[in-house]
Design a protein around this ligand. Structure first.
Ligand SMILES: [Zn+2]
Length: 296
């Protein structure tokens, strides 16, 4: 909780000293919770990071608030995903006169494309491949070095440790899929967030027929999806933390597929949830996928 101390009369200089020490962390704003977690891992006690889009919320459709604009004005570092995820950021940036260092975490990532209806667009969900997560971490470290060059060694050392952890997580995930034949690595999803993950680990994420991410599914769309699940013998349908669970639940009822999840794709869980940080999220989703793919 924030408490504002009201000071009256002349400010004693002695009282200021410890306050300055506390405020020494680099004020950092991340666009969404997964990036905020990465910044926290690399910056440790020397960053004060907050996320614009909160845990369990949708970064695609976020509506920035006036207070977001105010916190951004005071920040030294802004970390965004890029690849079209934060369509709302341009408005916010202009409104706040942000003058700090701006990091686009996907700089250097090879983007994949995704199909939305008839349109082909860049797929922003690059963090779902930990090899890309390592690139994100490097870009964030570069941003911290730029914002606070006198602590360059600190940022470099901590990012090296974190990048190593990401690499180990990647190896762990690959090992979980090793015993599963490629033909069994199939998942149906209503939100096309796992393309990079699928490319990395040989998992096919079947796009749900008849469903678009922006609109309520029609009766015809749902019927197409039910047909697809039966035809492709999909055994498990997954809930996601930030999308309406009703459609998924109905699909499970209609098709006899079992229900699993929630998967965490674009937002972490709350701190006491199962996906409170980036690497835990990757491992948690992997366990759910692998459980659903093992022979019955
Ligand atoms: Zn998404």
């Amino acid at each position: 909780m924030h408490r504002r101390t009201v000071l009256t009369g002349p400010l004693p200089l002695v009282a200021l000293a410890p306050v300055r020490g506390l405020a020494a962390g680099i004020g950092t704003i991340a666009s969404f919770s997964i990036l905020a977690d990465m910044v926290r891992h690399i910056g440790g006690p020397l960053v004060n990071v907050s996320s614009l889009v909160p845990a369990d919320a949708d970064a695609h459709t976020y509506q920035p608030t006036a207070s977001d604009s105010r916190v951004l004005t005071g920040a030294a570092l802004l970390v965004e995903n890029g690849l079209g995820l934060e369509g709302w950021m341009a408005r916010l940036g202009t409104a706040s006169n942000f003058r700090g260092v701006r990091v686009i975490a996907t700089t250097g990532v090879i983007p994949r494309t995704m199909r939305e209806g008839t349109e082909i667009s860049l797929d922003p969900h690059a963090w779902q491949n930990p090899r890309n997560g390592m690139i994100y971490a490097r870009n964030i470290a570069d941003g911290l070095v730029q914002a606070s060059p006198d602590r360059a060694e600190f940022w470099r050392a901590r990012s090296a440790v974190y990048i190593n952890e990401i690499e180990q997580t990647d190896a762990w995930i690959a090992a979980q899929f090793d015993p599963i034949p490629l033909a069994a690595r199939r998942v149906i999803t209503t939100h096309d967030a796992f393309g990079y993950y699928g490319d990395r680990y040989g998992v096919s994420f079947l796009a749900a027929e008849g469903i678009s991410t922006d609109s309520e599914p029609s009766a015809k769309g749902i019927a197409a999806l039910v047909g697809q699940i039966r035809r492709e013998k999909v055994r498990t349908v997954f809930l996601e933390n930030m999308t309406d669970p009703r459609l998924t639940k109905m699909l499970a009822r209609e098709t006899g597929a079992s229900l699993s999840g929630p998967l965490y794709s674009d937002a972490l869980s709350k701190p006491d949830g199962p996906a409170a940080d980036y690497l835990t999220m990757l491992r948690y989703n992997t366990k759910l996928f692998v459980r659903a793919m093992r022979p019955a």
